[in-house]
Each structure stands twice: as C-alpha cells, then as structure tokens.
Design a protein around this ligand. Sequence first.
Ligand SMILES: Nc1nc2c(c(=O)[nH]1)N[C@H]1C(S)=C(S)[C@@H](COP(=O)(O)O)O[C@H]1N2
Ligand SMILES: [Mo]
Length: 449
Amino acid sequence: MTDQNIEHKVAQQTPESATQTRRAFLKGGVAVAGGVMFSQAASAGYDPKAAVAGYEGQKEITDPLARPVERNKLGYGVRTYPYGMPSKYEDHVQRRTLDWLTPDTYASITMSPLHQLHGIITPNGLHFERYHGGMPEIDPKEHKLVIHGLVERPLVFTMEDLKKFPAVSRIHFIECPANGAMEWKGVQVDSVQWTHGMMSCSEWTGVKLSTLLKEAGVDPKASWVIPEGSDASAMSRSIPMEIAMDDTIVAWAQNGEALRNEQGYPIRLVPPGCEGNMWVKHLRRLYVTNEPLQHREETSKYSELYGDGSAVRFSWVNECNSVITYPSPDFKMDGPGRYVVKGIAYSGRGKIKNVDITMDGGRTYHEATLTSHVLDKAWTRFEYEFDWDGSELFLQSRATDETGYTQPQAPQLREKRGTNPVYHRNAMVTWRVHAWNSDRAGVIDNVQF
Ligand SMILES: Nc1nc2c(c(=O)[nH]1)N[C@H]1C(S)=C(S)[C@@H](COP(=O)(O)O)O[C@H]1N2
Ligand SMILES: [Mo]
C-alpha cells in the first residue's frame, strides 16, 4: 500500500465533522498567510536525496521536508552561555512600564506581558515589579532576619540558618491590589498587560513563617506580625497572626532558582492570596506585637474608601478575578472561523471552581474548560472554543472560586465602591471584537459598560 492510499483510507474513516473542525482551526493560517502545502513529491513519501536536491537549487524553500538550512553548518557550543536566555526571536516578550504611572524612576511599576505568557508559571525575567524607593542589592552573606517583639526568644537568622529549616515549595500568584486601578473611572489602556499585568505566578520555596515563629515562641497576647524590608522604602504592613501562622512562607527561591533581585533577593515574605504590598521584599525583620502599625503610610495608602463614604481600614485578600488573554486588544481576529478563547483565573480565597465566558456582554454564558492544574491561590488556565461568524462580540470571562464567590460586572462593583477607589478592582473586563464587515474588521478594543 502506498502512502497515498493510506492517507485516502484515513480520510475515509474520519468523520466529516472532525475533519471540518480541524481545517477550520487552520483556515486563518494557511489561507491568509498563503501557507505552504506539501509538494507532490513530499506527500508521495519522504526521499531525503530528492529533498536535498530540491534545497540546493532553490532560494526559497517551499518544501517542508527539504533539508533545513541549519544542517549546513555547526551550531553554537551551548557552554558559551552558562545561564540560558530565551530565543532571540522572543525578544518582543518583555515586561513594560507606563512612564506616567510613577512620579520618578525610583518608584516603579513594571508589568507582566500576560498576553504573551503560557501556562501558570511566570518566567522570572517577566515577573512584574513594584518598588517605592528603588531596588537595593543585598549581599546574602551579610543579610540577617530578626524576629523580635512579643516572643520568648528574639532570634537572628543568617541565610544559612534559614535554609537549614524544613522547606516547602508552593505555586501562588502575587497581585498588587492596584492592578486594574486605572480603569475605575473608565477605559484608559488598550492591553491586558496594562489592565492586569501587575500580577504574576511562581513556585516559591522557603520556610513556613509559622516554623520560625514557633522557634521564637510567640506570646499568646500577640496578634500581629509586622514585616519590614531592607530597602529605602522600609516597606511594612500589619499582618494578622492567623495569616502569619497559616500558609505564609519566608521564601528564598522562585521557580527553582534564588529569588531575582527585583523580587526581593535574598528573602521575601510570601503570604498567599494576600495583597502584593504584604509580600515584603528584602525582608529584614518581623516584629511580633499586639497592635497593628499606626504610621500614616499604611492607613492613608492601603485603607479603602467606599462609595457611601465609609472606609475599611484593613484589607488583605485579593478577590476572585479573571481575564481573557486571547483574543484581547493586542490581537486582531483574522476572519470568521474557529477560535479558542484563552485566559487566566485566580482567587486569593482558594481554588477556582469554574469560569464562564460570555460573547454578548453577559446575556448568555458558556462554561470554559480549566486547562491547567487547579491549585489553591494560584493562576488557573481556562479555554473555550467557538465559531466566530464575524459578528460583533463583547467578550468577558467570569470566575467563581471554591467559596462560591463570583466576580462582579463593572456596574455592580461601581455601585458598591463608587468610581474613586484605587484597590481591588476585580470586575469583569470587556473586549469588544469589531464585526468582520465593519471598517474596523476584527480589531479588539477594551470597553466598559
Ligand atoms: N521591600 C519592599 N517590598 C515590597 C515593595 C517595596 O517597595 N519594597 N513593594 C510591595 C508592593 S506594593 C508590591 S505590589 C509587591 C510587588 O512584588 P514584586 O515586585 O516581586 O512583583 O512587593 C511589595 N513588597
Ligand atoms: Mo503594590
């Protein structure tokens, strides 16, 4: 039996609907980009000699089985680069900053390119970054962590001491509660990197804070732990003892290597599910006390004003949220056909239970498939397949977490919070896909109801 016969047989056995689905996915790529089909020779069977001959006579390779150009010379000796970097063809994938967001370059907010990420782990070089007073560079040999205040035994740990304790490795997202803050009053930005890029997700390795606190012996009167960083901002927050004693980690590693400097080398606090500002970097001390911080910084910065004039002094947990990363405003639809909606869902209160997709701005919903591990307080990937008929869409995702909480529509959240808050904007965002027959065919905009 020749190869052609086999192909013929397979085609006959494949149900019509399955073949159509497969073709529909590729339609855009092959037809629009003028993709190359197998030549007669190639599909009849692979002949290496013919392929080489074909290559040598040609400037442009049209035969996908032709000998690759790379085979004509030796490659690089990889040992020249003891620390690997992404392919040079990926250098458009970068974390980025909006210059007008901070008054100077010491205060910085650099956001993760969510529309270019895959899976649930953020590569260390693409982790978002937030500093209030510039990044220090700390020698781990000199660095010490102090636990003091209401404890039986105040303790000082070197990095070596810390690493002698039993460690845990956990995958958790970190989100600045100001993620999305630019969008309270209306649409301001046109990329998911700007609407949601103040978050990332990593595997963090370190010792549980409860292990260290037990070592120091916490006074039963103590109800707060106040961490402080070594950098110019002396970053600190009031952390309730329950959070400190629960799943909080003092981490020295991120995705298998030492913390990046931007992430708080040599140690940072990791209080899973909590606001990014509690994840104190370059951690130098933990003050155990029965009173929360009194200084103006915390109450003026992190307290929340509500629309009705009331205020919440403390908030710790980031609510359930989600966003569609594809299709999103960095992309353009390439004609009617089959598409896969892709996105990220997460909750500071536990696991994601389900994600629903709407194409008509919330009139009808369809359940998405969760396509990654579903972990506690971690990014969870979802996908939803659909056939685009070319009509206008209002795409949104709506996540529900294991507590049963569902993220709100923007008007619902605005009713509760007004339009002046900064933090905890977890409303659904809307990507408007312009109709294929309109003058902005397939363009995708960030819009709001
Ligand atoms: N020492 C120190 N820790 C800090 C900060 C800081 O400026 N200094 N910024 C906080 C804020 S506001 C956020 S959102 C997170 C950001 O963590 P990342 O830079 O690792 O993404 O770090 C927190 N920890
Ligand atoms: Mo933050």
